[in-house]
Design a protein around this ligand. Sequence first.
Ligand code: PYC
Length: 310
Amino acid sequence: MLFTDSHTEGEPTRVLISDAYRLRPLQELLREWSDANGACVTPTALRALVANPRAADACVGALLCRPSSPDADFGVFFFNAQAALGMCGHGAIGVGKTIDRFGGMLDGAVRIETRAGIVEVRREDNGAYSFENVPAFVVASRVKIALDQTIVTGTVAYGGNEFFIVEESRPLRSIEAELTYTRSIRDALVQQAVRGHTGLIDHVALFVQPAREDAQERSFVLCPNDTYDRSPCGTGSSARLAMLASEGRLREGAQHAIESAIGSRFIASFRGAAKGSIIARISGRAWITADGAMEEQRDPAQATGWSEST
Ligand code: PYC
């Protein structure tokens, strides 16, 4: 298994090239990994490749394979140590940067087929990369959930992953405070059976006042592996744009800069699409951090470095 690590505005991506998977079509792999309810279950040995001790806990894996669609150049399966992702925006930029580095980005663009659909990643003149996402849309507005003694109001929106978006007119608090808050929202969503377009809402996004003068707002995004996104989150930014567009607060084509929890930035814009959805274009920078090779371990205990007898 060969890999290339990068980070997109602070959030890590590990592009994986495996002899076992690289020639197989994405949809065939997804069928193999579907459980009886149609949910995607990433093999343990794959998840271990983006988990401690092989990777930082925020790492998102991008397994390259053959596309099933003739409209795409590569198939990409995004996942983290905990769960399969429908799409991953920072990851799409990391994949674009990695493919470009190996000379695979013809005409400055590459089309990747993800679980959520086909996404085009493009090299920008300023060295950044942008991607045009799958359609994003609002699932339910002004949804109220009970949290301790209070009510939290949020918007359920889809941007390639499922989000619960909470807007607060305050600056970001400490990372620990926001992690505790967003985890409790996520748990309340499960307990109170608030669901997204495809099922479980596994991302919670807070939008607060920015610290940077060149950003309109700042996000804090809790991901399904219980970590927070160091980038502004590409699928979360897409869901947010769908929300702002549906409320008439952002017009088509206008640039909207979103600051991340660590102070990095994405520039986002959108165009209208079918049935009230939008197509977001998100731009950010990525850096290659390492190339390497890893053993592919099929035995889950060896893969995770943990066994009941240790
Ligand atoms: O950028 O879409 C994103 C993302 C999802 C999870 C981590 N990053």
